[in-house]
Design a protein around this ligand. Structure first.
Ligand code: 4AD
Length: 431
């Protein structure tokens, strides 16, 4: 007899196997019990017929409670009606541990209740599907950058400097010094790009933002590529190829999960290069044309503005050349028009908001020093960053993709809280 997993039962059609699983759900009538099993690798229906098993096993099956763990032995059958394609015809089952009064039942629960039980909620089919898509996006990220000669470089989490502005920092002590949790690995990736050419980091980042929206997490994961000798245009081309690769990889490898999430995949099929582009000036004009009369040149876009812009396009859209005053100190000014910077935000379709922020970086020492001073940032903390412009400085560019917003968009999930295993939100540090 083979001990296997649900994902691998297709190799054992007509044979008897044993699977370690949990009971997700159960239906039973007089002579038959239908067990919905899950083992982490997938979901399968196991059928227990009174005629095929001992009376003791049949009674055991009928008494099973939700989330009880068990070993199930049975014959694998092809089942056209099941979404997974296979069914188990049970001959024996052994309870490992009986779950009593599992709190998450098949009925509807409120969001706060589910969030309080996130450690258990993760077991549900929907959460399982979202985590699998998240995993595929991470896998496809490593594949994409490794195939293009990028080197993965790990940025520190404890830092002494603040790339994205000083107001959203988590402060901590580092022995006798002040330290901050990283908001972005970018500055370190710039140093790494000068050593290794094309690099990317992937790690957790922290923003002490008092935002309570469906797009904001306090702790989120960011993919941050940085490329020596890449200018503005090269950066945008890489981004559209990367995002298209993510979407096409999920479409190819997560059909079952997208189906379970009821994702409209026709919209995802369209995500291929090139992506439309709009300058900030054109975006302001578009918003005025759509009736947003209050927004003026120099204002930042809010979620309703981003959604209105995205609605005009089927694919993700780049908004380029924002006013210098709206963006961080390190962005390269447009040489012909220094009041705007060589940056782009990538806005996902269907109202999922900004998924990428990126730019060409200032590579001139004097200009960078001036910008640090204008932003009242301490030069001594940034001495190492200025050094990069002292010793063989080159044009370079990079970007940061927010993993959770990308997962939300590709899965078609309303709120980012479902896209990370254990979300950190305003007022939520448990579990
Ligand atoms: O635009 P941001 O702040 O860019 C940076 O941090 C750059 N240093 C990245 C770089 O160039 N290397 O953030 C980048 C992305 C956003 O587009 C968004 O997807 C995500 O990170 N993001 C958040 N995701 C969830 N919750 C939050 N509070 C987020 N803030 C930013």
């Amino acid at each position: 007899m083979k001990t296997t997993t649900i994902a691998e039962v297709n190799q054992y059609v007509g044979q008897q196997v044993t699977i370690g699983a949990w009971l997700a759900n159960k239906r039973s009538s007089g002579k038959i019990a239908f067990l919905q099993l899950r083992d982490g690798t997938g979901f399968i229906q196991a059928v227990v017929e009174k005629a095929n098993v001992s009376e003791e096993v049949f009674q055991r099956a009928k008494a099973l409670t939700q989330e009880t763990s068990l070993y199930v032995t049975g014959t694998v059958r092809i089942d056209e009606r099941s979404p997974f394609g296979y069914e188990l015809s049970v001959s024996d089952l052994q309870v490992i541990h009986e779950a009593v009064d599992y709190p998450i039942t098949p009925k509807e629960h409120g969001v706060e209740f589910l969030m309080d039980h996130r450690h258990l909620w993760l077991r549900s089919r929907r959460q399982h599907a979202i985590m699998k898509v998240r995993n595929e996006i991470i896998r496809a990220t490593y594949e994409f950058f490794n195939d293009r000669g990028f080197v993965k470089v790990d940025a520190p989490i404890l830092t002494g400097s603040a790339p994205e502005g000083t107001t959203e920092l988590f402060h901590t002590r580092y022995f006798e010094e002040d330290a901050y949790l990283s908001q972005s690995g970018q500055l370190y990736m710039e140093a790494a790009a000068m050593a290794l050419g094309k690099v990317f980091s992937f790690g957790p980042t922290f923003r002490a933002e008092k935002s309570k929206t469906r797009r904001h997490l306090i702790e989120f994961w960011m993919v941050e590529p940085e490329m020596a000798f890449y200018e503005f245009e090269d950066n945008l081309r890489l981004q559209e190829e990367y995002v298209s690769h993510l979407v096409q990889s999920v479409l190819a490898r997560c059909r079952l999960e997208l189906g379970r999430l009821e994702r409209d995949t026709a919209k995802l099929e369209l995500v291929k290069p090139p992506f439309p582009r709009l300058t900030y000036d054109e975006a302001i004009q578009l918003l005025h044309d759509k009736g947003f009369t209050d927004i003026q040149w120099g204002d930042d876009f809010g979620a309703p503005h981003e959604t209105a812009i995205a609605e005009s396009f089927d694919k993700p859209v780049f908004i380029t050349h924002y006013p210098t005053s709206l963006k961080p100190f390190y962005m390269q000014p447009n040489p012909n028009r220094p009041e705007v910077v060589l940056c782009a935000d990538l806005i996902a379709p269907e109202g999922y908001g900004e998924i990428i922020g990126g730019s060409e970086r200032i590579h001139d020492y004097e200009l960078l020093k001036k910008r640090l001073e204008e932003h009242h940032l301490p030069l001594d903390a940034y001495a190492w960053y200025l050094d990069l412009r002292k010793y063989g400085s080159v044009p370079h560019s990079g970007f940061g993709l927010g993993l959770e917003r990308t997962v939300a968009w590709i899965c078609g999930v309303e709120h980012v809280r479902e896209t990370i295993p254990f979300p950190r939100l305003l007022n939520r540090l448990y579990p």
